[in-house]
Design a protein around this ligand. Structure first.
Ligand code: AMP
Length: 414
């Protein structure tokens, strides 16, 4: 028997219903904010990710699903969608004007992750990106949308963890101070951090190694080395969030996994998540569009993992609400013909009806209806046909009533 690829799973049934809920909520809320959906291919030339994520990021160094296609080109299953969205914006020349582009996406992403609970090699993300606006207001707007979205799903105990990672111009001053700090306690840091101090010192701040976290005690913070404009930006965003009633805490060790962030970086933590990492993260990435060959364009965005979100919602709220359709069971040839016509009328009215099309014994149909969670069966036999009625059987109680055919839509809606 074949199995699904390691780390990739089939989504169906109750779990998928949470995904639907989340996706429907996203479409509804994001469109309301003026964001439009974009769907980019799952496969991109590897270069798109190599150029965007930065060589020191874990995604590029360890996790990419990269292979050579039949034409000898190196392609990669997207590990995230921002790079693909930027590639599309640049390719279709949508960033030439100063008009803001507000976009959202949802779909599967792929990372060759080490196997652990809640991490998959194919997982889903929903994200939003805004291009062309450099203001803290655009960040506050995007975060307000994010919190509306999470609130609409019923998530309450959320907190925003905030930092500014500065700009490529302000970073050298921080890097110099941080290198001096690092050298004084070099032997306490892990091997990965010894590599990071050469490639991207800032990344040491979010090393998962407890020893490194302890060694970081008293480290220089990035916000202390910000240029004046970045400092003002950071202050303004905090004021806007306060005005919006979005609670935040400043986290000087928050830097995010990708190298392209500038100024604002954030994560949203859920108190319900326990020891697992953040629910989502994002930030400003003013340098990325240019890095991918486009015009100098400020941008801000975030991405949330659906798998994890669905798990939390299930933990907090149980299974996603589901109502099995009413099952219409015709008995006999004349009834079968009539049932098809009735079902079409009811479908047209928006009613949820499944038609039993196997024929055969009524008892068998009722047994399988019970097994699949059907609550109401409508049975149409020759006797009912003659009288213009239908037998309505409530499978949970066993109670059976007779309804006039004309009354069925009203009864089902009730
Ligand atoms: P990132 O793009 O790494 O910032 O991740 C954004 C969100 O995607 C995370 O907070 C997770 O919820 C989710 N995510 C990332 N990688 C995985 C994975 N391998 N499996 C499931 N969810 C993931």
């Amino acid at each position: 028997m074949s199995t699904s690829v390691k780390g990739m799973r089939d989504l169906m049934g109750a779990e998928l219903r949470w995904f639907h809920r989340i996706e429907e909520t996203a479409h509804r809320i994001f469109r309301r904010h003026g964001y439009q959906e974009i769907r980019t291919p799952i496969l991109e030339y590897t270069d798109v990710f190599k150029r965007s994520a930065g060589d020191s990021s874990d995604i590029v160094t360890k996790e990419m699903y990269e292979f050579t296609d039949k034409g000898g080109r190196s392609v990669t299953l997207r590990p995230e969608n921002t790079a693909g969205v930027v590639r599309a914006m640049v390719e279709h020349k949508l960033l030439q004007s100063n008009d803001p582009q507000l976009l959202y996406y949802l779909g599967p992403m792929f990372r060759y992750e080490r196997m652990q609970a809640g991490r998959y090699r194919q997982f889903w993300q929903i994200g939003a990106e805004s291009f062309g606006v450099a203001s803290p207001e655009s960040e506050a707007e995007s975060l307000a949308m994010l919190f509306d979205f999470l609130g609409a799903l019923g998530l309450k105990s959320l907190s925003l963890s905030l930092n500014s990672v500065g700009t490529p111009e302000s970073r050298p001053a921080f890097n110099a101070a941080f290198r001096a700090f690092f050298e004084a306690r070099r032997e306490r840091f892990c091997e990965d951090c010894h590599r990071r101090i050469e490639t991207n010192p800032m990344r040491i701040l979010d090393c998962k190694n407890p020893g490194c976290q302890a060694a970081l005690e008293g480290h220089p913070t990035i916000v202390d080395f910000l240029d004046d404009a970045s400092k003002a930006h950071h202050g303004r965003l905090k004021a806007l969030l306060t005005a919006l009633g979005i609670l935040f805490t400043e986290n000087p060790r928050l830097v995010r996994g990708l190298d392209y962030y500038t100024r604002t970086a954030f994560e949203v933590l859920s108190a319900d998540l326990g020891a697992q990492s953040a629910l989502l993260g994002g930030g400003r990435y003013d340098g990325l569009v240019k890095q991918l060959g486009g015009p100098d364009t400020p941008a801000f965005g975030w991405a949330i993992g659906l798998d994890r979100l669905a798990t939390i919602l299930k933990q907090l709220q149980g299974e996603a609400p589901y109502e099995a359709p009413t099952l219409l069971i015709p008995v006999g040839e004349a009834a079968s013909l009539r049932a098809l016509g009735l079902a079409r009328e009811w479908w047209a009215l928006g009613l949820s009806v499944q038609l039993e099309t196997r024929g055969g014994a009524l008892k068998k149909a009722l047994t399988s209806a019970n097994r699949t969670g059907v609550k109401l069966a409508l049975i149409l036999g020759d006797g009912e046909l003659e009288k213009g009625v239908i037998a309505a059987k409530h499978l949970e109680t066993g109670v059976q009533e007779e309804w006039a055919l004309a009354d069925v839509p009203a009864k089902l809606k009730g």
